[in-house]
Write a protein that binds this ligand. Structure first.
Ligand SMILES: [Zn+2]
Length: 58
């Protein structure tokens, strides 16, 4: 999101460089069903937010 965050290497476009992906899950909290956003590690970049330049972006 920030231009000051530029680093060498390809930004992971799966997580947007965040290293985590928001994973909404339905959960019952108290007695009300709610959607809980769980941030899980991006499996594409393994949480680094960047990917090595092995493959050109499609
Ligand atoms: Zn990623």
């Amino acid at each position: 999101m920030s231009d000051t965050n530029r680093k060498p290497g390809a930004l992971c476009n799966a997580c947007g460089g965040d290293g985590r992906i928001a994973d909404p899950k339905a959960a019952i909290i108290g007695r009300e069903p709610q959607t809980v956003i769980i941030a899980r590690l991006c499996r594409w970049c393994r949480g680094t937010g960047r990917r090595p330049n092995l493959h050109p972006p499609v």
